[in-house]
Design a protein around this ligand. Structure first.
Ligand SMILES: [Zn+2]
Length: 610
């Protein structure tokens, strides 16, 4: 058993999330966490909404609300959507908690003390007519990288690159159109060059990463520059240094605060669990001798897996490890760990590629989008989870089309897995009313062969999930389903109508139901909602696949209350074959999946075109 941190990318709370988002970070991290728990590991899965930064403030200004009000609105929407998908977070929180502020400031101070955060004079914008600082969000101009003509002072929404206002071509104030004046101003920078060696050593010890992620990360190290980590902005975490703490116009940059969320959410989870130090099992792991963590920062039994889309690799494979190393005092300037101790670096950065929609990039403004909420109003969560696992953007950009969604749902889920469950449970219920016994004459070679295929699936599918090859993993689980369907067709138990044939019919159905039970366990990390239903159809009781719950909680340090996702995942099925007992009553058969009418394809395409 090891302690496994599943650190899931933080959705940005400036609007509802679409299915492209959850296919990148949400479903893959849940499949992994569910499997690891079933296999006996102690998993902590954390995330939350990312609520600071210019885009939230800009959107709030446009809507005539405060940034906090806007964040409250979308935090709740996102919590409800992730709940609807059955994502089993131990804690899904947010970046506006007082706990998060305190942890961000602790990391900032620790890194500053160790010399990895340095002040630097840079050029900042002021309004020539008022002489006041012009915040980043009020500056607009042409992106120097892609030529987009409404890039903002801190970021280009077209190409996604981070910018400084002074980089913009033809910058203009959004307030009155005047050209801002650039004057010297002080900001803090993360001294990445002082951390380059430790990052390189750490990357050199990484195993099993997707090659493109490792290559991309190594290339980033070749040209590391100090990076600004404060901005001219009012909405964010204050800078915890004398002379800066009370300044209303300077804040810690949103990307610095958001990545620290993995740690602050772990600490919040521990504080809420009644053991405030419990987070350390996942972050300050000791090596096998019980000493300090090994040189790469990853202790003996603690593992940290980070899940995100590819546009966020840099934050997880360079920036976040740099912050952790600087805080722990491990760069070229040395230093001492702060009160949180020496912190583990990621074991693996698991990045997915992009999902497109009917051949186009998802875009809320161009309405090439389907929001999670709208999807879940019309279709089942497991239908989407199945599509993402079987056909999602695991290692290539992948297109979501309604035709393919329909085909996967109807031909694979309904006609493959659903049909196997249905016909074996119905036939056994009708002829025996319970799990039938095995004929004392014993099992045939075909019976044994099928049972062996299902049993072997536990090692194969489990290993593939542990190595983040979920597409192959669900393919292997569905291969067991296909074998079982073939077995039923060949054995044709429905032809064994005579009284003399009944013992053999019972054996065939017993074998089929045992394989249904095993395949159901293999599919549980992918399809938890239907796995619970299949478990009950087989006469099982209690929780098979635990589900998250939404709880309204008080801020631990006196801030406003908010909703979190959490759950008790210590219950539920284990990753093993459980022998079915003959005589156990079966539930009344009912379909597990919904067959979709082909007309949904045209209906959905018409919605996109509207
Ligand atoms: Zn651009």
């Amino acid at each position: 058993m090891s302690h496994v941190l599943a650190a899931v990318a933080w959705p940005y709370a400036n609007g509802p999330r679409h299915i492209g988002h959850v296919s990148g970070f949400g479903v893959p991290s849940d499949v992994f966490s569910r499997y690891m728990r079933m296999a006996g590991h102690d998993v902590l899965m954390v995330s939350g909404t990312d609520e600071h930064g210019t885009p939230i403030q800009v959107q709030a200004d446009a809507d005539g609300v405060t940034p906090r009000e806007l964040a409250d609105r979308y935090n709740r929407v996102i919590v409800e959507d992730l709940h609807g998908l059955g994502l089993s977070y131990d804690l899904f929180t947010r970046t506006t908690t007082r706990n998060h502020y305190a942890v961000v400031q602790e990391l900032f101070e620790g890194m500053h003390r160790n010399g990895y955060i340095v002040p630097k004079t840079t050029m900042g914008a002021i309004s020539p007519s008022t002489g006041r600082t012009l915040p980043d969000r009020y500056i607009e101009g042409t992106c120097p990288i892609c030529g987009y003509d409404s890039a903002r002072g801190d970021q280009c929404d077209n190409c996604g690159n981070q910018l400084d206002p002074i980089d913009l071509i033809d910058p203009k104030s959004r307030i009155n159109g005047e050209t801002p004046k650039f004057v010297e101003t002080e900001h803090f920078f993360l001294d990445l060059p002082a951390l380059a060696d430790v990052l390189r050593q750490w990357l050199d010890t990484r195993e099993g990463w997707r090659p493109n992620v490792l290559r991309f990360s190594r290339n980033l190290l070749d040209d590391l520059q100090p990076r600004a980590i404060t901005r001219d902005l009012e909405w964010g975490v204050p800078i915890p240094l004398d002379g800066w703490r009370d300044r209303p116009d300077k804040r810690i940059y949103v990307w610095f605060d958001a990545v620290i969320g993995y740690l602050s959410a772990s600490i919040e989870w521990a504080r809420r669990s009644g053991d405030p130090e419990a987070w350390r099992k996942y972050w300050n792991a000791k090596d096998a001798e019980g000493g300090v963590p090994s040189a790469d920062g990853v202790g003996g039994d603690a593992r940290g897996y980070y899940f995100m889309g590819k546009d966020n690799i840099v934050f997880h494979s360079v920036i976040w490890p740099a912050l952790l190393s600087g805080y722990s005092g491990e760069g070229s300037r040395d230093g001492e760990p702060g009160r949180l101790g020496r912190l583990n670096l990621p074991t693996e950065v698991v990045s997915s590629e992009y999902l497109t929609m009917e051949g186009k990039k998802f875009s809320s403004s161009r309405r090439v989008v389907i929001y999670v909420r709208d999807f879940l109003e019309r279709y089942d969560a497991d239908a989407l989870r199945y599509f993402i696992a079987a056909a999602g953007p695991e290692s290539n950009d992948t297109d979501f089309t309604w035709a393919e969604f329909l085909r996967r749902n109807n031909d694979e889920l309904v006609a493959g897995w659903g049909n196997l469950v249905n016909r074996s449970v119905s036939m056994a219920a009708k002829n025996f009313g319970a799990i039938p016994p095995v004929d004392p004459a014993g099992l045939t070679e075909a019976d044994e062969a099928l049972l062996a295929v299902a049993r072997a699936g536990f090692a194969t599918v489990g290993d593939l999930i542990a190595r983040h090859r979920q597409k192959q993993a669900i393919g292997e689980a569905m291969r067991v389903v296909a074998e079982a369907n073939r077995y039923l067709s060949e054995q044709a138990p429905w032809k064994l109508k005579g009284e003399d044939d009944k013992p053999r019919m019972g054996t065939i159905l017993h074998v089929a139901l045992q394989v249904v039970s095993d395949a159901n366990t293999l599919l549980t990390p992918f399809l938890p909602h239907s796995a619970q239903k299949v478990h009950e159809l087989l006469g099982g009781t209690g929780v098979h696949a635990p589900m998250p719950v939404i709880e309204e909680v008080e801020d631990l340090d006196g801030g406003p209350a908010y909703p979190v996702l959490t759950g008790d995942y210590t219950v539920g099925a284990r990753w093993e074959s459980v022998p079915l007992e003959a005589g156990r009553p079966l539930a009344a058969p009912k379909p597990v999946f919904r067959k979709l009418d082909p007309s949904i394809v045209d209906e959905e395409l018409a919605r996109l075109a509207d």
